[in-house]
Design a protein around this ligand. Structure first.
Ligand SMILES: Nc1ncnc2c1ncn2[C@@H]1O[C@H](COP(=O)(O)OP(=O)(O)OP(=O)(O)O)[C@@H](O)[C@H]1O
Ligand SMILES: O=P(O)(O)OC[C@H]1O[C@H](OP(=O)(O)OP(=O)(O)O)[C@H](O)[C@@H]1O
Length: 230
């Protein structure tokens, strides 16, 4: 057995994760062809690299199939209801910053707060005969947030990408998604509610609390933790 580190298999998160470890003397690399999801770790003994979708890393940590994993706070909080019992946050990594927010059409001039949204949702139902639709892939976090805010008259519609487009496409009236520069929201004529911030996320290194970690694995983990001590 070896200590398993799960990292995002592509895109900006993968590149920045590799650079973050390299800065700390740990070389992560992909091996084989461009399309082969295989990799290696140099600089820490007995450690292997597992390339995974960022969205699957929380589940793999919770199942104990990987010892360590890099993914966003948003994905851990969304996918693991009991995340504090299942994973330990080792280090926020300083990239992949994004805010999970609730946004409505900019044209809704009377809707600036969750209270306004609640009123608009009741009016919407009376007029249209169905509930106001909020498009998101963050179902659990949105439900929790709106329950706490006392907003109940809505329905969630699943959107796994291009969520800001759902309003224009008339499959939703509002959206809950992450934003970084705000450009996608602006381009799609949406505005964030003044109290619509749900979660601040960034790429984070997590340790599984359930994956077995004894003997040589424990030694490798201690070595890694020494290396990344900031
Ligand atoms: N525009 C952005 N700026 C910064 N971070 C972002 C941005 N978009 C997504 N992220 C962060 O990146 C992570 C998701 O990455 P990605 O989109 O590669 O995952 P995924 O959709 O699960 O991947 P896959 O397409 O392989 O299933 C989340 O933690 C998210 O907060
Ligand atoms: O505030 P901005 O800098 O404009 O970034 C926000 C966008 O980035 C993410 O999308 P991604 O590129 O991951 O594509 P997706 O819509 O397929 O999820 C997110 O879902 C937003 O759509």
């Amino acid at each position: 057995m070896s200590l398993k580190l799960g990292v995002p298999s592509k895109g900006r998160l993968m590149d920045k994760t590799f650079a973050w470890f390299a800065k700390r003397g740990i070389e992560l690399s992909r091996t084989g062809s461009d399309r082969e999801y295989a990799g290696r770790v140099d600089g820490v003994e007995n450690m292997s690299l597992v390339l995974l979708s960022a969205g699957e890393i929380p589940r793999e940590l919770a199942a104990g199939r990987i010892n360590l994993g890099v993914t966003g706070t948003d994905l851990v909080h969304e996918k693991l209801p009991l995340w504090e019992q299942q994973v330990e946050q080792i280090a926020p990594m300083g990239f992949g910053q994004a805010d999970l927010i609730l946004a409505v059409p900019r044209a809704w001039v009377d809707v600036d707060t969750l209270g306004d949204l609640d009123a608009a949702a009741a009016a919407f139902r009376a007029t249209h005969g169905h509930r106001l639709r909020i498009a998101t892939k963050y179902h659990r976090l949105v439900r929790e947030f709106l329950t706490e805010a006392g907003v109940a008259d809505y329905t969630l519609v699943d959107s796994q990408g291009a969520t800001e487009g759902t309003v224009k496409n008339e499959t939703a009236e509002a959206i809950a998604d992450i934003t970084s520069t705000g450009e996608t929201l602006r381009a799609n004529h949406l505005k964030i509610l003044s109290d619509g911030m749900m979660l601040r996320s960034q790429a984070t290194l997590w340790r599984s609390r359930v994956a077995p970690c004894r003997g040589a694995d424990r030694k490798s983990l201690d070595e890694l933790l020494d290396r990344i001590a900031l």
